[in-house]
Design a binder for this molecule. Structure first.
Ligand SMILES: [Zn+2]
Length: 202
């Protein structure tokens, strides 16, 4: 990056910290930010600042929200007896896009992975179970990814709720094994939800 003024170098270095952005892409993006309409580039920078400063976690479902309790949790038109557990906010948005699900959510922000040091505590499992019990939730739909840690997470939650009145279901495998819920199209997502099955523990 020799030859770049330090202001450009700094932007390139910061862009490279983002996932999937190598040095070449970072350079291209920085150049494009300089070449395009000045107002647009400043607006982008300001919107990033606003987002980072104002978005927090919903205190009920841990989804990203501008308010203490998000729009979905505070909506009176949602089915308050069903919770869908997802790994990431992107997964929640993919389910919302499909437009069929009317219940509530819980966002884990990850899945159980001993190798990465992610256990039930990091995923807020205690809070989830407390919420299920105190709010009289009738069904918990587990929509974690169909990979090893997603499956382990699903079984873990089913075990936590074993013997309670809450039914635990798992979305159907319309989502390819190893795929991500967040990438599923609307039809696949609707079918996966529709074909959900009760988790039977051995
Ligand atoms: Zn919420």
């Amino acid at each position: 990056m020799n030859g770049y003024p330090s202001g450009i170098k700094k932007v390139i270095e910061n862009l490279q910290k983002l996932p999937g952005i190598g040095v070449k892409t970072a350079e291209r993006l920085a150049m494009s930010l300089l070449r395009r309409n000045k107002k647009e580039s400043i607006s982008l920078a300001e919107s990033i600042k606003d987002m980072v400063e104002n978005i927090k976690y919903c205190s009920k479902c841990r989804n990203f929200s501008e308010t203490d309790i998000c729009d979905i949790c505070s909506s009176s038109s949602r089915d308050k007896e069903t919770i869908c557990v997802v790994e990431q906010p992107e997964d929640l948005f993919a389910i919302e896009r499909a437009g069929e699900y009317r219940g509530l959510y819980y966002v884990l922000h990850g899945s159980i992975s001993p190798i990465e040091g992610i256990g039930p505590e990091e995923l807020g499992m205690d809070f989830l179970v407390k919420r299920i019990k105190t709010e009289g939730i009738k069904e918990v739909i587990i929509a974690t990814d169909p990979d090893v840690s997603g499956e382990a997470t699903s079984i873990y939650i089913a075990r936590l709720l074993q013997g309670t009145d809450t039914t635990v279901t798992r979305i159907a495998l319309g989502i390819p094994a190893g795929g991500h819920i967040g990438y599923a199209d609307e039809i696949t997502m609707s079918k996966a939800l529709e074909g959900r099955r009760r988790i039977i523990l051995e």
